[in-house]
Design a protein around this ligand. Sequence first.
Ligand code: F6R
Length: 242
Amino acid sequence: MRIVRTKDYDDMSRKAGDIIAAQVILNPASVLGLATGSTPLGTYKRLIKRCDKGDVDFAGVHSVNLDEYVGLGPTSDQSYRYFMNENLFSHVNIDIKNTNVPDGLAKDAEEECARYEEVMRALGGIDLQLLGLGPNGHIGFNEPADAFARETHKVALTESTIKANRRFFNKEDDVPRFAYTMGIGSIMRAQRILLIVSGEQKAEILKAAVCGPITPQVPASVLQLHPCVTLVADKAALSALD
Ligand code: F6R
């Protein structure tokens, strides 16, 4: 794992945005795996800026997002499809038809998971997967569990994740209890992985993920087995590793 240490959140965002920009410059037909949450917001702003300047062209890019809440559709402002449209897709020249997020309103969960795996397969796999780190070590919505999940599946969110995501909803009861997420296997098949982490509150879990035992109880620890992971993290997030 290559570790890029940054001063702060802004520095992390700039560097992560530039790594994604470099991927698209080198391969304009890249398939990008994308994430939501607070951490990538600055990274997306950086990409928008670089696209505005004409440095990066998203016309040939396809994207697949990690996850989506079950029960939320594109017009719900808490859905991950809405988040991606608002924070990235509507500000860069990506063709919206080339962007993929699991369908939170799908009638049949099993069919939706199989469809999403097929979308990734048909695209030829992910070139660069962006990941954030959950407070309990989750990646995507792969929560601590007894085994690593292979493929896209429907998952019950843990109390810790419901509490962590409560900040985006009016009340805790509004936080969906289920989500679709790429599996650990789907994530690990990406050619390259870019993990971004910021803040002291993630320091201990980042240490467990990077140096601790590889266990499904800390899902991000599986990244130790991936041949091409770049971790871009600020000083505060790396403080327990120092
Ligand atoms: C989001 C996702 C999650 C987040 C993680 C960290 O699509 O898959 O794993 O990356 O929960 O969230 P933030 O960045 O809000 O701390």
